[in-house]
Design a protein around this ligand. Sequence first.
Ligand code: C2E
Ligand code: CA
Ligand code: CA
Length: 373
Amino acid sequence: GDYVISEFAQRLQRWNVYGAMLARVNGDEFAILLSGSFTPELVSELCQNILTKMRDPIQLFDSQLEVTASIGAVIANSNQPDRQELWHNVNLALYHAKSHGYDQYQIFDPSIFTNVMSKNRIEILLKQSNLEKDYELYYQPQFSLPDRSLVGAEALLRWKASGLDYISPEIFIPVAEEIGYIHRLGRWVIQDAIRQIQQWSQNGQTMFVVSVNISPIQLKENDLVDYIQQQLSAYKVDPSCLEIEITESVLLQLDAQTKHMLEQLRKLGLKIAIDDFGSGHASFGYLSEFSFQKVKLDKILINRTPKMSINEVHVLRTIIDMSKQLGIQTIAEGVETKEQLMVLEYLGCDQVQGFLFGRPVQVHEFNRLFLQS
Ligand code: C2E
Ligand code: CA
Ligand code: CA
């Protein structure tokens, strides 16, 4: 780790022909302060240039490390900028960049962030929030191909921050993770999803699986398995109705503790899905290290349809075929168009989820739209 950080620092110094002020803020975070006049285009170019420099593999002993950076940038447009505000905005831009996967940059743009509050404010609101009253799970349907029958739903967290505008989970989950609030929040999500499965099965809906997103930080909780088991038996829910989604990035640091945790969860009878597959650097090598039941193909893999290059189609086909060989189901996320659906169907993808079929909605809406016979 230390080696990588010093290597990055040196790369930044070599990049710095501009006389920028360079600083290491903490851990693996660096800051760059450039003065002069800048257009967004110019800042974009600088960011891309830095990302390219950072992307070069690092040679360490016998191995090549692939490390990437994420960048948040802000252009100060007055002579006396409010330093604190600049710092908040740059952090928000960074969060935004990170939420789009590895190796990304984001320039702070007030139009995207008008409704977004500072991280500190989110932190305070999170700590004051009431788990029972202020949160709600929305559900997005999942369908099988080629028959298009309902096979599952993903539970997606919504925060009803009272009196305020909508705050995306992409913004508040990273803050909740940072301040440790994710432990309580994540448990509420698990419990509420299990309660909902019970309700659905009482209404005769037993065929579908509900998936919940689990933060990598929750996988470090020693008693997570016990907690899930308790909730399942309290609500008399069959473990096979519950699936957990862990992001691809977990695979990159699959330590013994995490691996043990995943094994226990699987023994309990839960399904485990790899989320956002294809958005970063995880490869099939990681998949074979552990038996997952499902791979969720990231929207980035199908985004370019119908203008997909033949190579992009090959990549998608290979992922789907190899998953089949390994006995892993595939589900494509973010399916928005008929063209995307056609490609996926043609390549033999097992399931689909996306706006084309249905957005995440409240339970009563889900029942009305998808469960009425
Ligand atoms: P994710 O797990 O990748 O969830 C899929 C996201 O894509 C959802 O955003 C969903 O609304 C959106 N989506 C679904 N279909 C489409 C489509 O066709 N097109 C496009 N453009 N987007 C689509 P959402 O609900 O805003 O959630 C964002 C992220 O926040 C999730 O990404 C997940 O990483 C995180 N998240 C949400 N709920 C939870 C939770 O309960 N726990 C944890 N740890 N993370 C959560
Ligand atoms: Ca997910
Ligand atoms: Ca995803």
